[in-house]
Design a protein around this ligand. Structure first.
Ligand code: DGL
Length: 275
């Protein structure tokens, strides 16, 4: 067995502060169905979007060390907040390929917008970091970017979105801030694609909106992972394809979310861990 073939059967690691990164895992499963995966959600410490930079870096380093201890071949930061806060630090600190979601979301948005007027929904941390705005303006300084900080969404999605009777009102309140001329909306928190149907419904309600493209950075991120693995000859060729989901909260809660949001034709091993 050569070195590459033993690395290729190692899992792809995906992590997030909670359930959001499952939207990225879902895309990866479609694009790379024969890979082994490990997923880690720090559900006990969510939301990260309200935390300080120092807190996010501390929690994230523990997660990355856990994933490395599981002998993964690549790590995907399936969280915009962590990507905004810690990607550069993690890249410097750890000697393992790491892919983040933000530059992938930006690339997809820039490909699709026709008028360079883009709105971005994200956590407080991601909005205040201005990372989307800066990255888009680096490509085109004329682009008009409207950033909307959606503080309540991530905790509501994590705590069973459909149990909130006021959920569409909460969404309306945020989405009314989209620039009337934006043709592209980036879902810059990996939790938001879980509620894409309600987002679409709410956009339709606002007759003034001109959104033509809704960007889920998970799609472009998965494409980047595939390209990286192909280029480095690291695609798994073994028959095993395991998916293990680790959570710092309860396995029961994770199981419920998986039943709602994840493909039913796959088997998921669930394990609670302490970081
Ligand atoms: N899914 C995370 C993101 O993409 C949620 C952040 C949070 O924990 O607040 O930003």
């Amino acid at each position: 067995m050569n070195i590459n073939s033993s690395i290729s059967s190692m899992p792809i690691a995906v992590f997030d502060s909670g359930f959001g990164g499952l939207t990225v895992l879902k895309q990866l499963l479609q694009l790379l169905p024969n890979e082994n995966y490990i997923y880690l959600g720090d559900n006990i410490n969510i939301p990260y979007g309200d935390k300080s930079e120092e807190e996010i870096i501390n929690l994230t380093s523990k997660m990355v060390e856990f994933l490395i201890s599981k002998k993964c071949k690549i790590i995907i930061i399936a969280c915009n907040t962590i990507s905004a806060c810690a990607y550069n630090i993690l890249k410097q600190k750890y000697d393992i390929p790491i892919i983040e979601v933000i530059s992938n979301g930006v690339a997809d948005a820039l490909n699709k917008t026709k008028n360079n007027n883009i709105s971005v929904m994200a956590t407080e941390f991601t909005v205040h970091s201005n990372v989307y705005k800066n990255k888009i303006n680096k490509h085109n300084k004329e682009s008009k970017i409207t950033q909307i900080s959606c503080k309540e969404l991530c905790p509501m999605i994590e705590n069973d979105w459909y149990s909130y009777d006021n959920r569409l009102d909460v969404l309306k309140n945020y989405l009314k801030n989209i620039d009337d001329k934006s043709d592209t909306l980036i879902l810059a928190c990996t939790h938001y694609p879980h509620i894409i149907d309600d987002i679409k419904k709410t956009l339709e309600y606002n007759v003034k909106n001109s959104i033509k493209n809704i960007i889920d950075p998970a799609y472009h991120t998965s494409m980047s992972v595939k390209e990286y693995l192909e280029k480095n000859n690291l695609i798994n060729t073994d028959k095993t394809n395991d998916i293990t989901i680790y959570t710092t909260a309860s396995v029961e809660k994770e199981e419920k979310i998986i039943n709602i949001f994840m493909p039913k034709d796959r088997k998921y091993k669930l394990e609670q861990i302490k970081l």
